[in-house]
Design a binder for this molecule. Structure first.
Ligand SMILES: [Zn+2]
Length: 264
């Protein structure tokens, strides 16, 4: 085990533990899944583990930034415990994990590009959401063509959109620095932007929306913050935020593969 690998192992294990204990970022099962992702990344190689760290560290910091203000701003829309559960870890890291396992198994053609693109997509979406809500800017919805409450899916803010691009650029830079092929780093970052845009598109179209009959407001919550049970309003029942996140990382990888086919 090289020194860098040992360092990455300790950092990943420590991060998962600290996140659960101190920041309540991850449920216990979510922490276990995140640790499994770390193990898969380490089996694939040091650069995979470094890329996973490059995703986790700023995402953790950004979710901490103005956390109470964000919880207040989006309280009527997002779930009350918007902590990283097992399903959220799987939705954001699943495609990366599959790519890492394929790389560890000796597949050399697609895993690098797919891994970078999927994680860039998750990073771009996370940065956009955290900065968008934290900025306090009023989101503009593609669906209603007008302003909507913070946290509404399928809506965008200027600070969030800038953060989305920075998140993908950060992951591309991290990938190149960690030792991924320059082409995988660049096309992976571009795929990440595409994936995050797909997240917004799916959020504005098929994502499941609920309605509070008492407040007459749209929400993602099953029980609104006024304690009234909500009813399904539009979108597909199974297409919740996690399903949209998973599909977006798949889309990010597919876009990166398509770009690679074009440039080659
Ligand atoms: Zn209500």
């Amino acid at each position: 085990m090289t020194e860098a690998r040992l360092l990455a192992s300790v950092a990943l294990a420590g991060l998962a533990g600290v996140a659960t204990w101190r920041f309540r970022m991850l449920s216990i099962v979510g922490s276990a899944l995140a640790a499994l992702l770390g193990v898969a990344a380490l089996r694939a190689g040091d650069r995979w583990a470094l890329l996973l760290l490059a995703f986790f560290l700023p995402a953790t910091a950004l979710s901490r930034w103005r956390r109470s203000a964000k919880a207040r701003l989006a309280s009527g829309v997002l779930s009350p415990n918007a902590t990283r559960t097992a399903i959220q870890v799987a939705a954001n890291g699943g495609v990366f994990g599959v790519a890492a396992l394929a790389a560890a198994a000796g597949v050399s053609s697609w895993p690098e590009l797919v891994g970078v693109a999927a994680l860039s997509s998750a990073a771009a979406d996370t940065w956009a959401t955290e900065v968008g809500i934290g900025s306090g800017a009023t989101p503009w919805s593609w669906r209603t063509r007008g302003p909507v409450p913070p946290g509404t899916s399928g809506a965008v803010t200027l600070p969030g959109t800038i953060a989305m691009c920075l998140g993908a650029a950060w992951m591309g830079t991290a990938a190149a620095r960690a030792g991924f092929e320059p082409e995988a780093a660049l096309l992976g970052a571009l795929g990440g932007v595409g994936g995050a845009l797909c997240d917004t598109l799916l959020g504005a179209t098929v994502q499941h929306r609920r309605w509070c009959p008492r407040c007459e407001k749209l929400t993602e919550r099953d029980v609104h913050d006024c304690h009234t049970p909500t009813v399904g309003r539009s979108g597909w029942r199974l297409m919740d935020n996690d399903a949209v996140n998973l599909l977006s990382t798949v889309a990010g990888a597919a876009i990166a593969l398509a770009l690679q086919a074009i440039v080659r």
